[in-house]
Structure formats: structure tokens, C-alpha cells
Design a protein around this ligand. Structure first.
Ligand code: TXA
Ligand code: MG
Length: 315
């Protein structure tokens, strides 16, 4: 059931049930992070392997101290980007179970800035664990209906906070020997993190890296196969009406316009990010055989968008 009843969402979470919550990045599938039954339920509903840890969400940086050891660099980043689309990976305290972190000594923490979500989190006396509210491996949901379409029969309530303002998951940052390390490119561009943290290393995409177990190569994938670039020979292989495209600013001639997702006609990265997942879902509803995706310039949110496109194309 979809609705805007904050009290209902609160009561359900307090009873140990799962609720889909809006955030500015993507919708999350939330449960009490301190309740092992609720956490187990999250893995089950999402069909998520238990080695892939969960992000916990709370309403203020002060509350983070109950769950993780902070440091000066983290506080600097938090001051700038929290609340917002940043997740910090910090040494966990005893309060957080190994189930949430998949056995890791670090816990991922985020403070969303979506007003309805903030209000909900503020009203709770526990943090919520919340992965994106999609079946494991599929495209993340950026509105309440996306969640209902795939998980509607498995969760008691979807709190509707409208379409997500950012549309890409949070940027995940941890610290390795004092060096800020980006493990997932996301809603805060890497350049912006660098402005605050100085030296930054990017380790996103390292599938074999045990410190980022969830960074699987194939992810965010629609059912229709995605191919990067535009290979003219494909026009002979597929009837044009079976070809879809994902393009930054303009369509490709010769392919039906209704099969083409234009992320931002004006070339605005934030608009492109906002349109990406919803657009991919719409393409996936069409009767297509292949989707040809164009990579964006490797800057700003183009980096995170390209990361998602590459994963969507990985098999
Ligand atoms: O924007 C977001 O971050 C959204 C919204 C709902 O907050 N959440 C989200 O969660 O994208 P999820 O579970 O779909 O992705 C979380 C990523 C996974 O790739 C996971 O492996 C990584 O964060 N992660 C979580 N805890 C970790 C930990 N302790 N160590 C390393 N990676 C971790
Ligand atoms: Mg996810």
C-alpha cells in the first residue's frame, strides 16, 4: 500500500515491520537496524546475498556517534554533505550487529535530506537499515510506484515522498590510512568530495575488493540487454523498432523517438541523473531487443551515471 502517513510508517517500523521510505537519492527498503529479525527480513525481501552489507540511516550526525567511531575527516565531509547523498564508512560500534555489516568492522551510515524521511528518522529512537528498494540486481526505484511494481506484495507500506530529487544512490566514502576513499560514485560528485577532503582515491568498481563487497560488476540492470556505444552494424542485426537508446542530449537518427531515452536536452548532469533510472524502467517496458547506451563526459555526475550504465551493460 502506498501512502503519505508518517505515523503509520513509524508504527510499522517500531513493530519490526519493513517500510519503503523516500530519500533524495532512491527509495529505500527500511527496517529497524537494531532488530536482527527486521534486518534478516530485508535480505529476504530483496533476495539479497547476506555478504552484501546494508547502509544505516539516521537523522543527525550526533546520533551517528552511537553507532560508529568518527574522525576529523569524516566530520569535515559530514559538515558539508550531511544531510545529503553521502554515505560514510566508519569503524562500527558494538550497537551494530555483524548482520548489518556482513561481518565487516565498518558500518555505512547516511543522513538523508528528504524532508519526510528526515522527519520519520528523527521520530524514531533507532536507525533504519535500508538498501535500495528493488529486487537485488535490478534498477533502483526513484518513485513510490516503482517500489510497488516490484515489492508491493512483500512489504506492508510504501511511504510516498514523490519522485527522488537526485535519482542516483549516495556516494560512499571511507578512509584508508587517513586517505578518503570513494567506494561508490553517487549523488555527490567525486570532484566535490575532493574540494573538501583534498586527496581522494577512487576504488569504486573493484569487484574483488573485499572492503566493498556490494560493488558487483553487473547491477542496476534492466531485462533488455544493454550495450555501450553505437555500432552501426547493429542496425542490420535488429529491426529498428526493437532498438532502444539511452542518450545524453540528442537522439540517434533512424531509431524511433519513442524508443529513445534523452537524459537531458540541455546537457544538465543533475537532470540526467534524475531521469536515468525512471527512464531505464520505461525502456524496459517496451518490447525491445537491445538498448544502446551512450556514455556521458567523465565529469561531475557523469561519472556516477557512467558507472551505472557500465554495470547495466555488464553481463
Ligand atoms: O542512496 C543510497 O545509498 C540508497 C538509499 C536508500 O539510502 N541506499 C543504497 O543501498 O543504495 P544499497 O544497499 O542498495 O547499496 C549499498 C552499498 C552496497 O553496495 C554495499 O555493499 C555497500 O553500500 N556497503 C554497505 N555497508 C558497507 C560496509 N560496511 N562496507 C562496505 N560496503 C558497504
Ligand atoms: Mg542497491
Amino acid at each position: 500500500m502506498i501512502g503519505k502517513d508518517l505515523q503509520k510508517a513509524k508504527a510499522l517500523l517500531e513493530s519490526g515491520a519493513l517500510v519503503a521510505i523516500p530519500t533524495e537519492t532512491v527509495y529505500g527498503l527500511a527496517g529497524n537496524a537494531l532488530d536482527e529479525n527486521a534486518v534478516t527480513q530485508i535480505f529476504k525481501v530483496k533476495n539479497r546475498p547476506s555478504f552484501d552489507p546494508l547502509i544505516i540511516h539516521t537523522s543527525s550526525f550526533e546520533r551517528i556517534h552511537n553507532y560508529a567511531e568518527s574522525n576529523a575527516q569524516a566530520e569535515l565531509l559530514a559538515k558539508e554533505f550531511m544531510p545529503g547523498p553521502l554515505t560514510l564508512l566508519l569503524p562500527k560500534k558494538e550497537t551494530i550487529s555483524d548482520l548489518v555489516t556482513a561481518g565487516s568492522s565498518r558500518v555505512a551510515i547516511r543522513i538523508p535530506r528528504h524532508p519526510l524521511c528526515s522527519e520519520l528518522l528523527y521520530s524514531l529512537d533507532f536507525p533504519v537499515a535500508a538498501p535500495s528498494a528493488n529486487p537485488f540486481g535490478y534498477i533502483s526505484p526513484t518513485n513510490a510506484q516503482h517500489v510497488a511494481d516490484q515489492l508491493g506484495d512483500k512489504i506492508s507500506y510504501i511511504l510516498d515522498g514523490g519522485p527522488c530529487e537526485v535519482g542516483l544512490e549516495s556516494t560512499i566514502v571511507g578512509f584508508e590510512n587517513g586517505l578518503a576513499t570513494v567506494y561508490r560514485k553517487g549523488g555527490v560528485p567525486v570532484e566535490t568530495i575532493k574540494e573538501i577532503a583534498g586527496d581522494v582515491q577512487v576504488k569504486a568498481h573493484s569487484t574483488s575488493n573485499p572492503s566493498a563487497p556490494g560493488m558487483l560488476k553487473s547491477h542496476y540492470a534492466p531485462r533488455v540487454p544493454v550495450k555501450l556505444g553505437f555500432d552501426i552494424s547493429l542496425l542490420k542485426k535488429y529491426p529498428v523498432e526493437k532498438i532502444g537508446t539511452i542518450r545524453f542530449k540528442s537522439p540517434i537518427d533512424g531509431i524511433p523517438e519513442e524508443n529513445q531515452l534523452i537524459l537531458s536536452k540541455s546537457g544538465d548532469y543533475a537532470e540526467a541523473a534524475r531521469n536515468l533510472f525512471a527512464g531505464m524502467r520505461s525502456l524496459d517496458q517496451l518490447d525491445l531487443e537491445i538498448i544502446l547506451a551512450e556514455l556521458l563526459p567523465e565529469e561531475d555526475l557523469g561519472l556516477a551515471i557512467n558507472d551505472r550504465l557500465r554495470r547495466a551493460a555488464a553481463v
